[in-house]
Design a protein. Structure first.
Length: 318
């Protein structure tokens, strides 16, 4: 006798229920068999058997591991796509660096800066700060330092050497050649300030002598303060010229690629990232120790910080 499709499905569900490994799965297949053919004798017998064996169990569909794996793979793919589209983008390996010199970052400044109206903080510039002391700050200044006016020197003229008188030539004597005049090489102009007799400024001004590693604070012609300092080393020299203090900070935390200096005291910037400031990490004043800044003993830096105002001229001479 042939069986209908519903009876065939019901019998297959009965076999699955009898072979199930858990009560929940067995009850689920029983429910499928009862839905297909509720009056079939095998289905009714299976229902009675399940009710006796599992009186309190509830059916659930069997686990489909391949469906679970596919769902997990789809979820992970969606998360990866979101991270690729909206996550942080790495630097392109072929893009050139932002600056030719290693960046120097200024962080966590303490105190309130004293500045004139219309001025902003100064940027680092191209010259790094000392290896064991201050880096240069990152803000960009609007105050423009006054460059020194080089004094043009007259170029020497070539002085010809007068010829040596010789005796009157004889009929057989050959003529004597005159020596060619030799030109004296022209001196090169430098941008460093030239020491002049008398004070270059009528009021307060500061002189930094790189050759003597010395700082002198003047009131007109009278020296008010004199101290030994440490300026830039050979590969990171201090700038030479005439500048003005454009920013004062009570303290500044400075760091760079190979140093970290918290709370550098009494910082007075006079050109880009170059500054006069106190120093607590060394006591070797009188020797070049920095990457461009002028290191002062901390007590002397405190006096100079109170004495000098914004706009005080700073003359750095070689």
């Amino acid at each position: 006798m042939s069986r209908g499709p519903r009876e065939g499905n019901a019998l297959r569900a009965v076999r699955r229920a009898l072979q199930a490994s858990s009560p929940a799965e067995a009850l689920w297949w029983t429910a499928q068999a009862y839905r297909a053919a509720p009056t079939h004798p095998a289905v009714r017998a299976l229902v009675r058997r399940m009710q006796r064996r599992y009186p309190n169990a509830r059916g659930r569909p069997p686990l489909r591991w391949h469906r679970l794996v596919l769902a997990s793979y789809a979820l992970l793919s969606a998360i990866a796509l979101v991270l690729i589209l909206y996550g942080p983008q790495p630097d392109h390996p072929l893009e050139p660096p932002a600056a030719a010199h290693p960046p120097v970052e200024m962080v966590a400044e303490a105190g309130t800066p004293e500045k004139r109206p219309g001025e902003t903080l100064a940027s680092e510039g191209a010259t790094p700060s000392p290896a064991s002391e201050s880096p240069t700050p990152s803000p960009t200044p609007t105050a423009t330092p006054v460059p020194p006016t080089p004094t043009a020197r007259p170029s020497p003229t070539a002085t010809p050497i007068p010829p040596t008188p010789t005796a009157s030539p004889s009929p057989t004597a050959s003529p004597t050649r005159r020596p060619a005049p030799m030109a004296t090489p022209r001196p090169r102009l430098t941008a460093s300030p030239t020491p002049m007799p008398g004070p270059p400024f009528p009021g307060r001004w500061i002189l930094v002598d790189l050759s003597d590693q010395e700082l002198i604070a003047y009131e007109g012609e009278a020296p008010i303060l004199r101290t030994k300092v440490s300026t830039g080393r050979r590969h990171t020299p201090t700038v030479v010229g005439t500048f003005h203090i454009y920013l004062k900070l009570r303290s500044r935390t400075m760091r760079g690629p190979d140093y970290y200096l918290p709370n550098v005291p009494y910082v007075m910037y006079f050109y880009k990232g170059y500054a006069l400031h106190g120093t607590y990490w060394h006591n070797n004043f009188g020797q070049p120790m920095s990457r461009g800044c002028v290191n002062l003993p901390t007590p002397i830096a405190a006096q100079l910080y109170q004495w000098a105002d914004i706009g005080t001229p700073v003359v750095v001479q070689p």
